[in-house]
Design a protein around this ligand. Sequence first.
Ligand code: CTP
Ligand code: MG
Ligand code: K
Length: 180
Amino acid sequence: MIGSLVATAFWAMLPAYVPNNAAVLAGGGRPIDGGREWRGTRVLGDGKTWRGTAVGTLVGVVLALALNALNDPASAALGVDLPTFALPAAIALAFGAMCGDIGASFLKRRSGRERGAAFPGLDQLDFVVGALALAFVVDPDWALDVFTLPVLAVVLAMTPVLHVVTNVGAYALGLKNEPW
Ligand code: CTP
Ligand code: MG
Ligand code: K
């Protein structure tokens, strides 16, 4: 029971988990805010770029389509009816995750945090909130079907753990400047 909830939650959220990590690898170039400031501090900062956002979104969508191709064997192997991703849902999860992260940077700058500063809680959940919110707006039937209350509870419990492990790992490998 809990195993199938975790499998469903993880599978459904993979297109939202991967974009931020892809952005770390792909980032660079022109910042989204174009260097502009608002009330004396950068609107978003140099850590949010067009290239990172575009590549992150694309990687998330392609991953969702790859997961669709693997759905039957994976569902059979796990004995779970894993969700498939319609294209709007896939785009919403991936782009929503990037938007949640961008929104968090906006809040970080407003609260005086420099680029790269930690904001515990927000750092671990910003992309989840963005991904789920956009998925529920863009494809509510799909989202309501996949993200039942038990699945949502697993997502909220599991994501911070995965986020910490992933980022500490990326930092240890020298891929990321900070371990959060
Ligand atoms: N990145 C990017 N575009 C995005 C998100 C991330 O280019 N939309 C890249 C940037 O190179 C960024 C790195 O991924 O520095 C790490 O992402 P993140 O930790 O989210 O950004 P920070 O540099 O910590 O900046 P902030 O304080 O604004 O979160
Ligand atoms: Mg950071
Ligand atoms: K972040």
